[in-house]
Ligand binder design. Sequence first.
Ligand SMILES: *[C@@H]1O[C@H](CO)[C@@H](O)[C@H](O)[C@H]1NC(C)=O
Ligand SMILES: *[C@@H]1O[C@H](CO)[C@@H](O)[C@H](O)[C@H]1NC(C)=O
Length: 223
Amino acid sequence: MLLKLRVLLLLVILFIHGDGTSASDPDPIQDFCIPNPKFGSIRTAHLTILPCKNSSEATSDDFVFSGLKGTGNFTDTGLATIPVNPAIFPGINTLGMSFVRADLKVGGINPPHFHPRATEIAYVVEGSVYSGFVDSNNRVFARVIEQGEVMVFPRGLVHFQMNVGEKPATIFASLNSQNPGLQKIPTAVFGSGINEELLEKAFGLSQKQIGSMRRRFDPKTVS
Ligand SMILES: *[C@@H]1O[C@H](CO)[C@@H](O)[C@H](O)[C@H]1NC(C)=O
Ligand SMILES: *[C@@H]1O[C@H](CO)[C@@H](O)[C@H](O)[C@H]1NC(C)=O
């Protein structure tokens, strides 16, 4: 009963100032909220809410994530990421943030992409990374950042990275939303099923060229 009341209160508060256009994740209304797997999740028009477990049952382990010690699985562009969100690290639920470890092979790239709901800061743990973003006037801000340096990618702007060093590179990045979203430009454009004729006209490419882009970026054949 108390739980239902708390969920109801949360729903009311989210309804008042947490609609889909709000500038950032809603403010927490308690210290933390470790989701209780017993209660599943509640879907509202705008978001999925995970009911919290009683805070007296939280332990130190709930706030520690140990899954970033190694690299993730490499894609064919030489990038391996381990994105960490409340689904795999319940301790960050409702705290308005998430993070990711990214590893780049020598010459590897993180293709142009953006996060619709988060600004990102990327810290180079190791290596030498050409890193940048494009603003809404199509101006590029990019340079090589070295171990110990941080670059910020403003919310919703297209950004990219490439390992230009002679060793593998490791980046730790933090995002100011627990659900930042990720759209990769090549996949969004060529791998999403947009009408082919439209793409030909938009890019001035032939049917054959669009076909080869489609095969390359179709998510069914690309990881
Ligand atoms: C949380 O746990 C404490 C201690 O077991 C208990 O006193 C309290 O009633 C519980 N709160 C809720 C909302 O279930
Ligand atoms: C890497 O791939 C393996 C096999 O598909 C999978 O079990 C593992 O969870 C993946 N690792 C990461 C960090 O995604």
